[in-house]
Design a protein around this ligand. Structure first.
Ligand SMILES: Cc1cc2nc3c(=O)[nH]c(=O)nc-3n(C[C@H](O)[C@H](O)[C@H](O)COP(=O)(O)O)c2cc1C
Ligand code: SF4
Ligand code: SF4
Length: 286
């Protein structure tokens, strides 16, 4: 039996849902599938597999740093068939293309790419009162994901595959946002500038537990320290039940970008959204 490995990163669960349905499609086509969420475990070596899938959310109009690093760290793939799937709340631009390009440089054989929307828990938008792509992935999108798994298996078996055109790159303003949330700034500047309100923090440890890179450590007493391995996923800020964390994304200098993004996405008829009230790490309908 052929074996497929699907490595994905899913912080709030939507990419995981799609990964499971693609796996179901592959299983129906006769594959044994191993699923690995990079958040929870180290991916196994790809050498034992006949098919590789990479799944990721879009963060700041590109793949998150950990996904890019993983794909770059793969050995030469020597014609191994590979597919990519991306979840996005508003605009994905060429985030999926970025992963497909690295895979292709590694010698992988492109056998498919899939994308759909996923509920966008970006804390900046939630603070503005908007949950974009609320309710996604939908039942239909999940059914498409399963069918995509079947079509990937068919392409590996020899059905002709027409590689879709590369996605378009972002326009100037989104490129600027991508630059401002780039790796150098994240590592050397922003990671030092998470602010903790010690009066509000009750040392519950939730932020430490939820950080996907183990970037927050709890020192003597209640002191929390942020390291340099930050994805800017903002889960720590989003989930803190005491609203004790303020990330650099909440700086007023970024507010005009937030307002621009919210205005553009909320006026785009292709994007669903719900009005929400975000407080104490949870959401309710406005
Ligand atoms: C920090 C952060 C940045 C995001 N940036 C983008 C983005 O640039 N474009 C987009 O379409 N969606 C963006 N999203 C939305 C996610 O890509 C989307 O909600 C995805 O479904 C989340 O996947 P997960 O549930 O598997 O973690 C962002 C979400 C977060 C938390
Ligand atoms: S989640 Fe909030 S309250 Fe809990 S330890 Fe982290 S900062 Fe403190
Ligand atoms: S420190 Fe916060 S923003 Fe950075 S990776 Fe961890 S949870 Fe995400």
């Amino acid at each position: 039996m052929s074996k497929s490995l699907i490595v994905y990163f899913s912080q709030s669960g939507t990419t995981a849902q799609v990964a499971q349905r693609i796996a179901a499609g592959l299983q129906t086509a006769g594959y044994q599938v191993d699923l690995c969420n990079m958040k929870d475990e180290q991916p196994p070596p790809v050498g034992n597999y006949q098919l590789l899938g990479i799944g990721s959310p879009v963060y700041y109009y590109r793949p998150p740093f950990n996904v890019t690093d993983y794909v770059k760290s793969l050995p030469s793939l020597n014609g191994l068939p590979a597919f990519v799937f991306m979840l996005h709340g508003t605009y994905r631009f060429d985030a999926g293309t970025a992963i497909r390009r690295i895979l292709s440089h590694k010698g992988a054989l492109d056998v498919g790419c899939f994308h759909c929307r996923g509920a966008d828990l970006f804390v900046g938008y939630l603070k503005e009162g908007y949950l974009f792509s609320s309710g996604h992935p939908t039942t239909d999108e999940l059914a498409h994901a399963e069918a995509f798994g079947g079509s990937v298996a068919a392409h590996v078996a020899g059905r002709p595959y027409v590689r879709p055109e590369d996605d378009r790159p972002p326009s100037m303003i989104y490129r600027l946002e991508r630059f401002l949330t780039g790796r150098w700034l994240a590592k050397h500047i922003y990671s030092r500038l998470f602010r903790l309100d010690a009066k509000k923090c009750d040392a519950c440890g939730l932020c430490v537990e939820l950080c996907p890179t183990g970037n927050i450590t709890q020192r003597e007493g209640r002191r929390l320290v942020w390291g340099r391995n930050c994805l800017l996923c903002l889960t720590c800020e989003l989930k803190c039940p005491k609203e004790a964390i303020l990330s650099p994304a909440s700086w007023s200098v970024f507010r005009p970008f937030m307002i621009y993004n919210v205005r553009s996405a909320s006026r785009d008829p292709s994007i669903d959204y719900a009005r929400v009230i975000y407080s104490d790490g949870s959401l309710r309908q406005a």
